[in-house]
Write a protein that binds this ligand. Sequence first.
Ligand code: HEM
Length: 399
Amino acid sequence: MNGAIDAPAFPMARERGCPFDPPPQLRRSERISRVRIWDGSEPWLITEYDDVRALLGDPRVSADATRAGYPISTVALRAAVQRNRPFMSMDDPEHAEYRRLLTGYFSVKRLERMRPRIQQTADRLLDEMLAQPIRAADLISAFALPLPSLVICELLGVPYAERDRFHRLAGTSISTVTSAEEAGMAAEELLGLIRAVVIERQAKPADDILSHLTQSGRLSVDEITGIGKILLMAGHETSANMISLGTALLLANPEQAAALRDDDDPSVVASAVEELLRFLTVVHHGRRRLAVADIEIGGVRIEAGEGLILAIETANRDPRAFPGDPDVLDIRRNARSHLAFAFGPHQCLGQTLARMELQVAYGTLFRRVPSLALATPVHELPFKHDMRIYGLHALPVTW
Ligand code: HEM
């Protein structure tokens, strides 16, 4: 690559800035510049909203992480993708075929039927938390993690009794500090767990996604297992981190928490969810892509075969896209055009489900526990600097 000698290392550290903001050095980066990643390569970093959105939808850009030059996040992920390429790492038309098989399960109409069940689950988890003799808990283990885990297990048909195993295995897979061997073993164990469920569902189908896929007769057990792994991982880590990090941010901004709690209008919770998704952008470290044709951006020519890091986290703080200080959390802002679910062919398949989970989670939590407070100062919270999905390792709260 013909990059600058002093290209800064990527990802950049958040530690010295506000833990809810993108890293200070990333925020100072130019519209387009070179960065250096773990393998010594120097992909292009793109930071502004219009460019990031356009490139995410550009057919001259590939999501195939097995191609030479693709700026993959970690050595462990490279090994995993080479062993077993998931559909999120495929391009159309191959990728679209997989998506077509799944979109029906994540439609607004189908998921709205699940809302009462998600509400019931949230209420039950809070009943259990509030029934404890001590008015203190780790909100992640009591609420933020079990809620989306229970929902995705039920949708897929994976027994919830396996949760401790898949939480541990998913955590190892998305860590940025794990070795390729450890991640490989975790991925194999997770695939084994899901394969066993798929085989069982094949013999004894029920009303869940894995059963339906086995009955469709269009996919092999291995293909269904691969899909199950993506949905299980994507379906709980991201939502769980949004619930805990969003709650911490609201508790650190009491006037915003009060606006959410005191307004009966359900559109306020819906708008708060969009603003929290925009503000926090938990899928951080940029979306990774590869240019497959020459592309010009801001007078810079990106050549075919060069890697791209599309920073949705800075795009979501771009004042041209979100006028009126985008660094201020404002739950009444219209933030719906954010890129927290990315954009284009790979835009999050589970976004309707995620929105519903977050609306139920924040709405119920702040309404039912009005005295909720952080038990630790914000700067002492254990933020996930070591994970590809940002969030908190624990969230001690009192009420
Ligand atoms: C707040 C929660 C969530 C956030 C912030 C989030 C974010 C994202 C982002 C940014 C992408 C695009 C990745 C890329 O372009 O490289 C994505 C893709 C995806 N998400 Fe989500 N997600 C969330 C929840 C979920 C849930 C609940 C599911 C459901 C099972 C899910 C399933 C998927 C799948 C399957 C893809 C791959 C889509 C494809 O490549 O076609 N996500 N998500």
